[in-house]
Design a protein around this ligand. Structure first.
Ligand code: FES
Length: 189
């Protein structure tokens, strides 16, 4: 189960260059991300509504994407705009799209109710664009449940330490006392 009405990071901005179609599984949803010719970032469900082929195996045409199985084309709003060999386009023929917002080299995506997608709720990360900070864009891949990941992050460790201290003064209990072995690898360290 996931919290859907939240902004999540879907990609780094540099991953959407050169007309690349990026396929991601986010909150158990197959999502296609791409930068349209207009520069706008598009996020849509990565399944063609015709026969379920992956749209990420298709190609970008301007701001639209074409499914390469039977050639149906969808614009950046998910609306079907062309069916080869057929003039009539069923109005319900469309792909679900998701609100996205690009800021600080990150592409944020909202998988929940689009009406609640408020970009003012995106976490402010000023160091992502501050020239006084140097960063290395990348990923830390964990071969573990996401529930465990929040327990091993350094900031959360501090929170948990505080929680443990508070158990001495209050009768609240720390949610878990299990320990986990974790190996962390970084280039040059
Ligand atoms: S499956 Fe995409 S056009 Fe047929």
């Amino acid at each position: 189960m996931f919290l859907k009405n939240c902004w999540y990071v879907g990609a780094w901005d540099h991953e959407l260059i050169d007309g690349k179609l990026l396929s991601r599984v986010l909150l158990n949803e197959h999502v296609l991300l791409y930068r349209a010719e207009s520069g706008k970032v598009v996020a849509m469900n990565d399944r063609c509504p015709h026969r379920g082929a992956l749209l990420s195996q298709g190609r970008i045409e301007g701001d639209a994407v074409r499914c390469m199985y039977h050639g149906i084309k969808f614009d950046c709003t998910g609306k079907c705009v062309q069916i080869p060999g057929q003039d009539m386009i069923p109005p319900k023929m469309r792909v679900r799209t998701y609100p996205v917002h690009e800021i600080g080299h990150l592409v944020w995506i909202w998988v929940g109710d689009p009406a609640k997608a408020d970009i003012s709720k995106i976490v402010n990360l000023p160091y992502m664009t501050d020239r006084n900070w140097k960063g290395l864009p990348g990923y830390l891949h964990y071969d573990a449940s996401y529930l465990l990941i929040s327990r091993i992050s350094p900031s959360c460790t501090r929170i948990r330490s505080a929680a443990r201290k508070s158990t001495r003064t209050s009768r609240n209990r720390c949610p878990s006392t299990r320990t986990s072995a974790v190996t962390r690898w970084s280039a040059g360290i």
